[in-house]
Design a protein around this ligand. Structure first.
Ligand code: SF4
Length: 510
């Protein structure tokens, strides 16, 4: 009762409440509600499962707000404990969330290791980009991994569960049946690599947010997935590698979904792997404006920005345009297969400044394979060229982060640089961008965060063991991973030197 009151007070719409006797699929987000509502992936699964006759969904957010007096985490929709669910599913978006996922399970009273969970505990499933890229570090934790896009697979998992429960099959029998599904990896049960699931016809599924109007990191915004997959083939990009081919939702369906937001939100967040490649993007933005909704795309490819698009986005009162050159020099952009030349980047900046954008943000990575001092110089030089084109009235921000190699990408085998390199590059960029380009630098706070990400992205069962031990101890994050790997006699740097586990190819059909 209390939770329903809290949900109503938050102004949030979307919760599908079912009373009666249902199987319960818990959806866990390893962060607070505003962060969860700013993410679309788990909401898609909520919609699919809640639509099944035999199932109800329960949301769990990792937030003290949802703990009871004993510290136990309770469901957002009914206030029930996680132990009441038959299945608990987590979408893994970022490797650095793994510690939060484990802390969340602890606060739910769920043992971390599947070997320690008896049949009275829910079955644990993982999905999302990290589960699709490398389940190995978490395979002691999760009973199953959804590999690829989840809409159809989560229904298959639910239906198999339901049939198995109907004939009172044991857990082993159920896991063996899950392992038969083409896009599910079940540790100890799968006998062949899981094939990535791809939704062929996106328009069969609603692209809009389930939850909106309440607390969200994107205030006053309705999230709308307009495209999925990308065919551009940037060598570093996990999303571009595992979500293929590019698919675009039709304008009519998108408009129908967006109409739900009219009178509730004023802005539509256009979500997708390659939003700017949508062939009807301009028409869609114009259509949304006619029903009173402004659009906000996450970032745009420079080669898709022209005067008409920039003008439309300014009509949406957008003041910041984000472009991702990724590397400063044409040589390095070619090496990572970014497929953007300098003229295209400069033309996009000029068009945006002319249209009246007051701020331009540029994403760069450092520590790319083959990077040299002159490539860092090239970032400063590129920003200085943009400054000359745009004049002082346009604020320029260079947002720079270390490159992290990800499995199944073209740069999967690339190593990372020693920690000192990143610190030196950061100091250099901070000084030179301000002095020579009049540009602000938003740089990564700590390199260790990215080393932890790389370890978990490329790690195997041993990294998984170090993760569990670190999460149980006092020193979490990179320090804990490094110390526990060392205690096992393993040099953490080996994982960042480009070594890939052969095991990955045996469990996922890349
Ligand atoms: S970085 Fe963007 S354009 Fe490149 S592959 Fe990824 S989604 Fe596509």
């Amino acid at each position: 009762m209390m939770t329903r009151k809290k949900n109503a007070q938050s102004g949030e719409r979307g919760s599908i409440i079912k009373h009666g006797d249902f199987l319960t699929w818990g959806i866990c987000y390893p962060g607070p509600r505003p962060a969860a509502n700013g993410s679309l992936g788990w909401q898609v699964i909520y919609r699919e499962i809640a639509a099944l006759d035999a199932w109800r969904c329960e949301r769990f957010f990792y937030d003290r707000h949802w703990q009871d007096a004993t510290g136990r985490l309770r469901g957002v929709d009914s206030g029930r404990p996680a132990g009441d669910c038959q299945i608990l599913a987590v979408s893994l978006y970022y490797e650095n969330d793994y510690f939060a996922v484990l802390a969340m399970l602890r606060d739910m009273g769920i043992p971390w290791r599947r070997s320690q969970r008896s049949a009275e505990f829910p079955l644990l499933l993982a999905g999302g980009p990290c589960a699709s890229a490398n389940p190995l570090p978490l395979q002691q934790v999760f009973d199953g991994f959804v590999v690829g896009e989840g809409e159809e697979v989560c229904r298959q998992l639910a239906e198999v569960y339901q049939r198995a429960a109907g004939r009172q099959a044991g857990r082993e029998e159920l896991l063996a049946e899950w392992a038969e599904l083409a896009s599910v990896y079940v540790p100890d049960y799968s006998r062949r690599p899981a094939r990535r699931a791809t939704v062929t016809d996106l328009d069969r599924y609603d692209g809009g947010a389930v939850f909106y109007g309440g607390e969200s990191v994107f205030d006053d915004m309705f999230l709308l997935e307009i495209a999925r997959g990308c065919g551009r083939g940037c060598g570093f990009c996990l999303a571009g590698s595992i979500y293929r081919p590019p698919r675009f939702r039709r304008r009519q369906g998108l408009l129908a979904a967006a109409r739900r937001a009219v009178g509730v939100c004023s802005r539509v967040g256009l979500v997708g792997t390659a939003v700017a490649d949508h062939p009807q993007l301009k028409d869609l933005i114009a259509d949304l404006l006619t029903i009173g909704l402004e659009s906000s795309p996450a970032s745009l490819r420079a080669d898709r920005v022209d005067g008409e698009l920039a003008g439309l986005l300014r009509r949406c009162r957008l003041n910041t345009l984000t472009i991702a050159p990724e590397a400063g020099s044409p040589r390095l952009r070619a090496a990572i297969n970014k497929g953007l030349d300098e003229e295209q980047i400069l033309a996009a900046a000029e068009v945006a400044a002319t249209a009246g954008f007051s701020r331009l943000r540029f994403y760069f990575m450092v520590g790319l394979p083959g990077e040299e001092e002159e490539d860092i110089t090239a970032i400063v030089r590129l920003m200085a060229m943009v400054r000359r084109l745009t004049g002082r009235r346009t604020a320029l921000v260079a947002s720079v982060n270390p490159f992290v190699p990800k499995p199944f990408t073209q740069l999967a085998g690339a190593g990372m640089f020693p920690a000192g390199y990143y610190q030196r590059v950061k100091r250099r960029l901070a000084a030179e961008l301000r002095r020579q380009a009049g540009c602000q630098l938003t740089a990564w706070p700590g390199t260790h965060h990215f080393f932890a990400q790389a370890l978990l992205a490329n790690g195997d069962e041993q990294v998984g063991e170090a993760l569990l031990q670190a999460a149980a101890g006092r020193e979490r994050g990179f320090g804990g991973l490094k110390r526990n790997l060392a205690a096992m006699g393993i040099d953490w740097q080996e994982y960042l030197s480009g070594r890939q586990s052969n095991r990955l190819g045996q469990i996922i059909d890349g």
